[in-house]
Write a protein that binds this ligand. Structure first.
Ligand code: F6R
Length: 576
């Protein structure tokens, strides 16, 4: 949710900022912009739309300068307009800022400042005016510290000071990293911002700020004391290979699932073996196991609860944004956080709450060096590689594979070896039928999906994908719940997808209830309905979600929708 970037050095400024923003645009793609310093003057180029469109219109790539900041926005305060796009300038045009997060007390801060002209409706713009005003009575550094102390909420800010020719960077809540090159310094919301340029980085902790100028950088705490931070060498081959002939990343990423699972399996057995053992030990040594996650990762956590249950370990899960309202944790609790990005604010908040109450924390993430990984006692990487499409697909499969592997180690007997090959076959054998079904469903307003046991989380996940990509209202439900209310909505021709792993009388009764109301009954099953599956009940969730992913993809394709960048969403949600 909003990506920020900054650069001090001799590269071609416009080209660097443009490429860095393209790599960050999964964090938000409502608008984008850059501010560069050239001959003592700040030049701003910004607009609504995706970075590539803005480049075509404003030639971002052809912008000179020695210092520059950039921003890609996911709108929170203020609608998606050019005025609300970052960077924002102070009235005297000395300062430009880019901000990720939410400043909760921006109105109070604004009320302290007199005579300033605001050009946007954002909470962020107040930063530029505040620093302008306060730096009349104190140094810019003191003004930054003062702002930092007074601001409430989450912030990662990059400030360009055109007079002193410096950048200031400060962080609380939202992520911020500094990359170290040869006579050049990079800033970014995450490593993607600059990982093409350097493999040396420093991660800011909360309440730290940095000053970047021609001599390099210095990092200080909120009291102005210098903090010695050892740069980390990140060994991270996460370069995105492009669409490789596919029309959309989503379809390409579904196709990558078999390789991603194989890579994960190898890593869990070799490079990550010790972490796996530690993870398993932590589960054994805690009385209470609580998962927490958001969205798709929450559906993975439901699978985790099911798998641990099969290994005779009681566990529960709760959506991260409600965790502190519904869960009591203590030193006998192990909290297992699951997050693809490792930056989801709701998850980080649940972890912070749990930590304060004395819990231990394990996590399962995809993006290496992310905040969730760094805040955990032990963390496993799911090795899915970069997922460019906003909708999670390959990362969901690798999350549930990791959970199944852990449950295996704890006693849930299950063979995992055949999963990658069989997923490949499921795609190959079923895609033509899925395309046909997509044509039949494209004009439907509502779709219901029912499952039981380990297909219940899959029903929820299919529903989420149908909402997110083809914009169809969908509900994923426990089959047994249908008759307790929702059945009232099931009438002639309403599509209901049933996930039926075996000849299980309970789910079959639910299907009968639907068919008795003349619904459009679609069965996903190895023994009935249009699709073909390997005969393996325990792995059915892995195969059936592939049908769900492809169905969402092909309906959206039929509707000509922006599949990789669905409206109003962002890949990394760093506000609560
Ligand atoms: C859906 C999707 C989201 C994310 C959610 C959590 O396709 O991608 O629902 O799963 O925003 O994100 P992470 O896993 O990064 O914490």
């Amino acid at each position: 949710m909003c990506g920020i970037t900054g650069y001090y050095g001799n590269k071609n400024m416009g080209k660097y900022l443009y490429n860095s923003l393209k790599r960050l645009d999964y964090r938000g793609y409502d608008s984008a912009g850059i501010a560069t310093l050239n001959n003592g003057k700040i030049n701003i180029k910004k607009d609504t739309g995706e970075v590539e469109q803005i480049n075509q219109k404003h030639n971002l790539e052809k912008t000179d300068g020695k210092i520059g900041v950039g921003h890609t926005r996911w709108s929170t305060h203020g609608s998606t307009t050019k005025q609300n796009a970052h960077p924002h300038l102070s009235c005297d045009e000395r300062f430009a800022i880019a901000h990720n997060g939410i400043i909760e007390n921006w109105k109070d801060l604004k009320s302290q400042l007199n005579g300033h002209r605001y050009t946007s409706e954002t909470d962020s713009e107040v930063i530029a005016h505040y620093i302008e005003e306060k730096s009349k009575e104190m140094s810019v550094e003191e003004a930054v510290k003062k702002f930092f102390k007074e601001a409430k909420g989450s912030l990662a800010v990059v400030l360009l000071d055109s007079k002193e020719e410096k950048m200031y960077a400060f962080k609380r809540g939202s992520p911020l990293a500094l990359g170290i090159g040869n006579d050049e310094t990079f800033l970014g919301s995450d490593l993607y911002a600059f990982s093409t340029e350097t493999d040396k980085a420093i991660f800011f902790e909360d309440d730290e700020y940095g000053i970047i100028d021609q001599t390099g950088y210095v990092i200080k705490n909120i009291n102005g004391e210098e903090v010695e931070k050892e740069p980390e060498n990140f060994d991270w081959d996460q370069e995105e290979a492009g669409k490789e002939g596919y029309e959309h990343y989503m379809r390409k990423e579904i196709g990558e699932i078999p390789q991603a699972v194989e890579r994960l399996e190898n890593s869990l057995n070799s490079a990550q073996e010790k972490q796996v053992d530690r993870f398993v030990e932590l589960i054994k040594n805690h009385e209470k196991i609580l998962f927490t996650a958001s969205g798709t990762s929450y559906h993975a956590s439901l699978m985790g609860v099911y798998f641990l249950n099969k290994a005779d370990i009681e566990a529960q899960t709760l959506i991260a944004s409600e965790f502190k309202n519904y869960e009591r944790v203590d030193e006998d609790t192990l909290v297992i956080a699951i997050s693809q990005s490792g930056e989801t604010k709701d998850v980080l908040d649940a972890m912070e709450y749990s930590r304060k109450e004395g819990a231990d924390i394990a996590s399962i993430i995809n993006v290496p060096y992310s905040s969730v990984e760094r805040e955990s006692d032990v963390s496993l990487r799911i090795m899915a590689g970069q997922e460019v499409c906003v909708a999670a697909t390959k990362t969901f499969i690798n999350q549930i594979y990791t959970l199944l592997k852990i449950a295996n180690k704890l006693g849930y007997q299950n063979h995992l070896e055949e999963i990658p090959k069989r997923i490949e076959k499921v795609i190959e054998k079923n895609e033509p039928k899925i395309k046909q079904l997509a044509k039949e469903l494209k004009n439907k307003n509502d779709i219901y999906i029912i499952g039981r046991g380990d297909t219940y989380p899959i029903a929820r996940e299919i529903a989420l994908k149908l909402k997110e990509i083809p914009y169809i209202h969908a509900e994923g439900m426990m089959g047994g719940e249908l008759k307790h209310g929702t059945l009232a909505l099931i009438e002639e021709d309403v599509p209901v997808i049933s996930l039926i792993p075996e000849k299980n009388s309970e789910i079959i009764s639910n299907v009968k209830e639907i068919e008795a109301r003349n619904a459009k009954s679609i069965k996903i099953s190895p023994w009935t309905g249009p699709f073909k599956f390997p005969n393996s009940n325990s792995k059915f969730p892995f195969y059936t979600i592939i049908i769900g992913f492809l169905l969402s993809y092909w309906i959206a394709n039929e509707k000509n929708l922006p599949i990789d960048r669905p409206r109003n969403l962002s890949k990394s949600i760093t506000v609560s």
